[in-house]
Design a protein around this ligand. Structure first.
Ligand SMILES: NC(=O)c1ccc[n+]([C@@H]2O[C@H](COP(=O)([O-])OP(=O)(O)OC[C@H]3O[C@@H](n4cnc5c(N)ncnc54)[C@H](O)[C@@H]3O)[C@@H](O)[C@H]2O)c1
Length: 329
């Protein structure tokens, strides 16, 4: 076993605490220092993990010379300022998605990462999933196209309520259109996967439903995208009596790949019309989470990994913002 890698965590809300729990089971990544702007979040974490040292500020945490990496789990607005403070201190950064809502600042940060050769990645959890590997095998740039030529992609997302019950304790930002909403929060994962396999997408048309209050996030959207001539249809809805689900169907000339439940269920239709299960269940999802931590560790150590860097995450975010901006066909 290699040496322990010390992590500082900023942002101790729903996702920060989930990651602390995941790291607790990892053999080398160790959260050692934490900080959050909210005293209530800090108190909650101190109660659950009394061994963690609480910093006095984000700056003092980042300047702790014993750290190897900073994990940022704040809402998007703080992602770029905190990343840059970490780079100033020579730390690698693992940042939550969505990357940002400030595109100029993200572009400057990406230029800095390239020129200073900084180590940085974004937590799109599908990056380590077996489902994404199946998509790459079937349709990626190096694919031998076992299912034939890709003809269309369909994505459906439904949420009984927004925020979802497990994120009900998150800040107000999550239900507001400035930083939150289902497109940035959930659709971004699938746009990342789509662009990882097919390259950049353009938005052909998009219609977004917003509540009349001028503040709350989107409640529905329909969009058509295009990637290298392949049409992509997206439909997403909050409410309307539907239980939460997500489903992605990749239809090709000699078969189809269908992924459900965050890529934790995948099946393939072959040329003779029969379906073959590629794998499914909680074990698949847990394996992806564990592998994500191993990939983060590889990033810290400068080894090759499959996590998206800031530029790839920004490309996903640009597509999301273009969808949210709306476009007539
Ligand atoms: N990768 C995933 O699967 C996944 C899942 C859920 C959330 N997320 C992402 O994680 C991030 C956090 O989401 P969440 O659900 O935990 O939100 P949350 O509102 O529960 O927690 C955010 C925390 O950040 C703190 N905070 C805000 N600004 C800060 C700052 N400048 N400095 C320090 N602390 C600050 C808040 O006090 C709060 O405790 C978001 O970017 C979200 O999109 C990712």
């Amino acid at each position: 076993m290699g040496k322990q890698l010390n992590v500082g965590v900023i942002g101790l809300g729903v996702m920060g605490q989930r990651m602390l729990a995941r790291m607790a089971g990892h053999e080398r990544l160790r959260a050692v220092r934490v900080w959050d702007a909210s005293p209530a979040a800090v108190a909650e974490v101190q109660q659950r993990w009394p061994e963690l040292r609480v910093a006095e500020s984000a700056e003092s945490l980042i300047q702790d010379s014993g750290l190897h990496s900073l994990y940022i789990a704040t809402p998007p607005a703080a992602h770029m300022p905190l990343s840059n403070l970490a780079f100033d201190a020579g730390l690698s950064v693992f940042c939550e998605k969505p990357l940002t809502v400030d595109f100029d600042s993200a572009r400057q940060t990406i230029a800095r990462i390239a020129s200073e050769k900084r180590r940085a990645a974004v937590n799109f959890s599908l990056a380590s999933s077996a489902g994404l590997s199946a998509l790459q095998r079937a349709f990626g740039a190096a694919s031998r196209q076992p299912l034939g030529q890709l003809q269309s992609v369909e994505l459906e997302l439904a949420f009984a309520a927004w925020p979802r019950p497990w994120q009900a304790a998150a800040g107000a930002w999550l239900s507001q259109r400035g930083e939150g909403g289902m497109a940035r929060e959930v659709l971004s994962h699938f746009i990342f996967a789509l662009q990882r396999v097919l390259g950049s997408c353009s938005v052909t048309s998009s219609a977004v439903d917003y509540p009349d209050d001028g503040q709350s996030a989107e409640t529905g959207l329909k969009a058509e995208l295009n990637a290298s001539g392949v049409p992509i249809r997206i439909w997403a809805r909050v409410g309307g009596g539907l239980a939460d689900y997500n489903a992605m169907r990749w239809q090709a000339s000699a078969g189809e790949l269908e992924l459900n439940e965050w890529f934790s269920q995948a099946r393939e239709r072959q040329a003779d019309g029969s379906w073959r299960d590629l794998g499914q269940g909680e074990a698949w999802r847990t394996a992806a989470h564990l592998d994500q931590l191993d990939q983060w560790m590889a990033m810290i150590e400068g080894r090759s990994h499959c996590l998206p860097g800031f530029a790839e995450a920004l490309a996903a975010q640009e597509t999301i913002e273009a969808i949210l901006a709306g476009k007539s066909a």
